[in-house]
Design a protein around this ligand. Structure first.
Ligand code: GLN
Length: 533
């Protein structure tokens, strides 16, 4: 029977509950327990697919095509695992299921209510995942006290009653601010949020105190006293430079050991050597390359979280630090490519819509003409095709029909079967699809394989009618869809030192110990450019 660890948050949002949950899952897995993580998002959206990255950061994509909260990306990276859409429970999913059941007559004459029907649906979903695992870490999004999260907290409370106290533990992540004037850590907000939690019938077993500096002894004692949590279960999680250090801090604070004791799990040593080495390597890097990311949501770093992480993984693998120069594509349109001067590599990431697209095209051109190591991703891949069409093939006005439906040269277009755009949902190519790689190409060297699976999230494709002309002019399509050879997946310019773009999103499968090949290659090329080979 599985053990459940619920992670709640108090005081403010954005505390790093996701990283805490991911770290907890990782520490349990490192003890040899079959562990997985679940994220609950109390919003009414069915999934994250239709949300602007400015809302909750990037939309993460899973193998099964699920468009989910970015915390699932953290779980996948920390636990080195692949999750499914079921691991992201939203109010939208729960209510749709309940209403569907009601229409089907499953509730047989009953008045359908939040308790027990909605809470029942929530519990069922959590338990369904637990079938294959020994430990399930369930993060409840939002802050305790939000109206939206009430049914989820209530379901969690019921689970403790039904599964037994030994099988369900609660970890509450709170904020302990330090007031500059008095220089003292303040515990009152924590006291209040625990009070709120207890009024819902939940007594936390552990308090994870997020603070700028390590938690002072006096603050720890005070929190313990007022929240009825033993001092050894009040854990300090102070700010660190890099999120991959968090599990090591929580381990040092004794958190996982306390939880295994509390849940009656055997007390096992965690195997963290590899992780420690990774963190140590990252910390000790001195040489630095600078890589520009030219996007349209750069004001919010979380909008490109997986790209940032993939660069970090590649940084460790290549023994060089990567500094990111975030560039707003529209600024490039205004101020010109001098914004790119001096960078060792350029990434044009995925995106939707016209804002900033000309700036991105300028970045592609700059990379191509100056032989700056380049990686284009999804929309970045499509705009690379557009740039080449305009400036190498001389096809004036060439564009993607997404941006310019009347372009004389629709070099990026919808496949005929996808043209019914009255429905934006359901027409995207989502999730893992096979990509067949041409032997002897750069892609083949990077992957070392002829068939790979990568995650997709797009509608538009390179127009098959133009492929021949591109190839004649020196562009190599080194990867095509394994299930449908008409779809181009990877392009490269072999005469450049490193110039590659992918229709898929390699960043979603990048892992700390196993970086995405095209990112690893980019950082290697950037390092060679700066420091020689
Ligand atoms: N907007 C493009 C498409 O739909 C690219 C999407 C993306 O970059 N994720 O095909």
């Amino acid at each position: 029977m599985a053990k459940f660890i619920f992670v709640t948050g108090g005081v403010v949002s954005g505390l790093g509950k996701g990283i805490t949950s991911a770290s907890l899952g990782m520490l349990m897995k490192a003890r040899g327990f079959k562990t997985t993580n679940v994220k609950i998002d109390p919003y009414l959206n069915y999934d994250a697919g239709t949300m602007n990255p400015y809302q909750h950061g990037e939309v993460f994509v899973l193998d099964d095509g699920g468009e989910v909260d970015l915390d699932l990306g953290n779980y996948e990276r920390f636990l080195d695992t692949s999750l499914t859409s079921d691991h992201n429970i939203t109010t939208g999913k729960v209510y749709s299921a309940v209403i569907e059941k009601e229409r089907r007559g499953d509730y047989l004459g009953a008045t359908v209510q939040v308790i027990p029907h909605v809470t029942g649906e929530i519990k069922e979903r959590i338990k369904a995942i637990a079938r294959d695992y020994e430990v399930v870490v369930v993060e409840i999004g939002g802050t305790v006290g939000d109206i939206e999260s009430m049914p989820f907290l209530e379901a969690a409370r019921q689970m403790q009653l039904e599964e037994g106290r030994d099988n369900v533990a609660f970890v509450h992540v709170t904020y302990v601010p330090k007031l500059k004037v008095v220089g003292e850590q303040k515990t009152k907000p924590t006291q209040h949020s625990v009070k709120e939690l207890r009024s819902l019938g939940i007594q936390p077993d552990v308090i994870v105190a997020r603070s700028e500096d390590p938690l002072e002894e006096s603050a720890r004692r005070k929190i313990s006293l007022f929240t009825n949590v033993p001092p050894e279960a009040v854990v300090s999680a102070h700010d660190v430079e890099d999120t991959y250090e968090v599990p090591l801090i929580l381990e040092r604070e004794g958190l996982p050991g306390y939880l295994t004791g509390r849940l009656g799990l055997p007390d096992r040593e965690a195997r963290l050597e590899e992780w420690e080495r990774m963190v140590e390597t990252y910390r000790s890097l001195e040489d630095t390359v600078e890589i520009a990311v030219v996007g349209k949501y750069v004001k919010l770093a979380d909008a490109y979280l997986s790209i940032r992480e993939a660069l970090k993984h590649s940084s460790v693998a290549n023994g060089v630090k990567v500094g990111i120069r975030w560039i707003e594509a529209e600024d490039l349109e205004e101020k010109g490519t001098k914004l790119l001067e001096g960078v060792d590599g350029i990434i044009v990431p995925g995106g939707f819509g016209s804002r900033g697209s000309e700036g991105k095209i300028m970045a592609v051109r700059y990379a191509r003409e100056n032989d700056v190591p380049f990686l284009g991703i999804c929309f970045g891949f499509q705009l690379t095709v557009v740039e080449f069409a305009r400036n190498v093939l001389g096809l004036e006005g060439a564009h993607s029909t997404e941006i310019d439906p009347k372009t004389p040269h629709p070099v990026v277009d919808l496949m005929p079967e996808q043209r019914d755009l009255n429905r934006l949902g359901g027409t995207m190519r989502l999730g893992a699809y096979p990509v067949r790689i041409k032997p002897g190409t750069l892609a083949w060297k990077l992957y070392g394989k002829e068939l790979v699976y990568e995650r997709h999230r797009h509608r538009w494709e390179v127009n098959p009618d133009y492929v021949g002309r591109f190839e004649e002019a020196g562009m190599v399509f080194s990867g095509v869809a394994g299930d449908d050879g008409r779809r181009m997946e990877i392009l490269e310019l072999p005469e450049k030192s490193y110039f590659i773009a992918t229709q898929f999103h390699p960043e979603f499968r990048s892992r700390p110990m196993n970086p995405a090949p095209v990112f690893k290659g980019l950082v290697r090329a950037a390092k060679e450019k700066r420091y020689g080979s």
